[in-house]
Design a protein around this ligand. Sequence first.
Ligand code: NAP
Length: 288
Amino acid sequence: MADTGAGGAAPVAGVMGWPVGHSLSPVLHGHWLDRYDLAGHYVPLPVAPARLAQAVRGMVALGMVGANVTVPHKEAVAALVDDLSATARRIGAVNTLIVGPDGRIGGDSTDGYGFMANLDALAPAWPTDRPAVVIGAGGAARAIVDALAERGVPEVRVVNRTQARARALGADLAREATAVVAIGTEALATALDGAGLLVNATTQGMAGQSPLTVDLAPLPADAVVADIVYTPLDTPLLAGAKARGLAVVDGLGMLLHQAVPGFQAWFGQRPTVDAAARAVVLAALARR
Ligand code: NAP
């Protein structure tokens, strides 16, 4: 093991959240550091909202290489970095901070990348040339819709309880090649007609939340159903999709893949999302 960080010290990264104890990121990054035998540290950083700006700047003073950012800081931190990636600017949120050698702080959002990498890995034949339906218009939905538009999906139908939020998302993220259409929850069945992909990007179906009940009958037989909720892994939506014989993609892979770009930038090694990484995170979830 060689020390690779600034000043000869091993690189230090972490995750800023409030609270942060629930974050699975330290377990995942710790696993990859061990697995690739890298000198480095990844630590939970409890950062109160009032201290966020100090904490972000403090990374530079402490010689840290960067950090992940989680709830409730993802939006606020976008205004605190020196360089925002194009993706982060479009969706208005940051989950990965990278301190450059010059001390400038870059902010990126890798949730959309993580969603797409997981979808490509688990359902490589998903129909990219047909409309996609995204239920939800919160932070995760914005990242997913943006990634679908980046891929060139012709239409994204956004179905959300609060329609105004879906319309605002469409206004921000529609592109020349991708229409982003807000659709009321009462018209969900019509939205599913002809779709190639259905994504739950709401909190519905999470343990302790109301389930998401969708009549999947209008979905074509080759459509893929993805849920980004991962507690539980087998959500009511995915159980219903499996019962109908549809291909399904669970939410854990997105969590694993979104961590890849940060780990590579901080520790100099592109990590692999594999069964071992999935197992350590699943074990941590089971201990919660
Ligand atoms: P958020 O910004 O708070 O958005 C929540 C979304 O859920 C909104 O669209 C909201 O609708 C909707 N919603 C909440 N309760 C509802 C209800 N009872 N009925 C109908 N709609 C409801 O949250 P987020 O950050 O986007 O996260 C959403 C989910 O994705 C969470 O479960 C989170 O854990 C998960 N997530 C997973 C990953 C992963 O890596 N797998 C990454 C990020 C997030 P309104 O607009 O009408 O309020």
